[in-house]
Design a protein. Structure first.
Length: 366
């Protein structure tokens, strides 16, 4: 059941959100889509704490015709136009604790991304939708399509309760920057309480609309699509349909990372940062030999998603960062390894199965 009113929220009390949020936030971007599947410089440059992007690359990207800087630490978006920051707003990012996704932690990928395509009136097509009437997930493809087609307000183009909202810009496979169906979540001041999504970046509906129109207004190659968008915005609800436009030929980038602060409006990227960053270690094929029960340290992460994923079972196919995982660890986390999995690159731990390349400094436990 979707809430229609904004509840009273006690400061720093995420638990008071749970009852209302469970019905709203447990929607993610693990879905099939109708897409291809003032002046001056920043006072101080804050280095990314995850991902595989160095600061020089970030600063260069922020000087693109359009660039969107997503700060996962503050849960804020900053829009750069021609190298100058012109707008900022609150966003919601991944439910990193798994509180709203059946205790399965979610992650937003970090790094520098070229935008892929944009959609007005996107359909929401989750892989295992729940029937709003019974709460039961679809068990077959036939049930899945019946649930989706039978609930256009939730799953259909520009549906009133569609969690993607009316606009989306896809930047990394199934991950996108989109609207929402619970505006009050974006108004919560505490960034920690806005970690609720399945990995996508949720935006206030007015801001994603403004961003969408900024994109189509900024590039002449999108002029025909702009006219189609304007027409769809005035189309009756029952006649809404999804419109998709490739963005492969436009100079727009999305940068996702973690910084301690956000730049001031009107500032420009700092081309000469004063401190050299410490690179985030990424996974290599360094072998770990397990002889007995061992305590190991996570020393590397996947370079795209910025975490070390673990699984409830050893994947049957080589894993890549487009696929799902059952949890994750960060650099410095401790994990107890119990045995190697013969014939694979995985070890079994007390938390699940993880590839050996993510761990090191293993000590035999007494």
């Amino acid at each position: 059941m979707f809430l229609s009113k904004k509840p009273l929220i006690a400061k720093n009390s995420l638990t008071q959100l749970c009852a209302g949020l469970m019905a709203i936030v447990a929607v993610g971007c693990s879905a099939e889509t109708t897409s291809q599947d003032g002046s001056g410089t920043d006072a101080q440059t804050m280095w990314m704490q995850s991902g595989n992007t160095d600061d020089a690359s970030v600063q260069k990207v922020l000087s693109s015709a359009l660039a969107l800087r997503i700060n996962l630490q503050t849960n804020r978006a900053s829009l750069y136009k021609g190298g100058k920051i012109v707008d900022q707003w609150n966003i919601a990012s991944a439910d990193v604790t798994g509180e709203f996704h059946d205790n399965v932690p979610q992650a937003t990928p970090t790094g520098i991304f070229a935008v892929e395509d944009m959609q007005v009136c996107p359909e929401w097509l989750p892989r295992a939708p729940k029937d709003p009437k019974t709460g039961k997930p679809a068990a077959t493809e036939q049930e899945r399509m019946a649930i989706i087609k039978g609930n256009p307000e939730l799953f259909g183009p520009c549906g009133a309760k569609n969690p993607l909202g009316s606009y989306v810009i896809w930047f990394h496979g199934e991950f996108g920057v989109h609207g929402n169906s619970a505006e009050w979540i974006l108004e919560i001041p505490d960034a920690e309480q806005r970690r609720v999504s399945g990995g996508c970046i949720r935006n206030p509906n007015n801001k994603i609309k403004e961003l969408f129109h900024t994109v189509v207004d900024s590039f002449p190659i999108l002029s025909n699509f702009k006219n189609e968008v304007l027409g769809m915005e005035t189309t009756a609800s029952k006649d809404k349909k999804t419109l998709t436009q490739s963005l492969s030929d436009v100079d727009m980038k999305v940068v996702v990372g973690r910084w301690s602060v956000d730049p001031a409006l009107g500032s420009k990227p700092n081309p000469q940062p004063s401190t050299k960053p410490t690179a985030t270690p990424t996974a290599t094929a360094t072998p770990v030999v397990v002889t007995k029960k061992m305590s190991c340290t996570v020393s590397a992460v996947d370079p795209v998603i910025g975490i070390a994923p673990f699984h409830d079972a050893v994947p049957t196919k080589p894993w890549n960062n487009y696929q799902s995982y059952d949890g994750f660890l960060s650099i410095g986390d401790k994990v107890v390894v119990t045995e190697e999995v013969a014939g694979t690159s995985y070890v079994k731990t007390t938390r699940g199965f993880i590839e050996k390349k993510y761990i090191s400094d293993c000590q035999i436990q007494n």
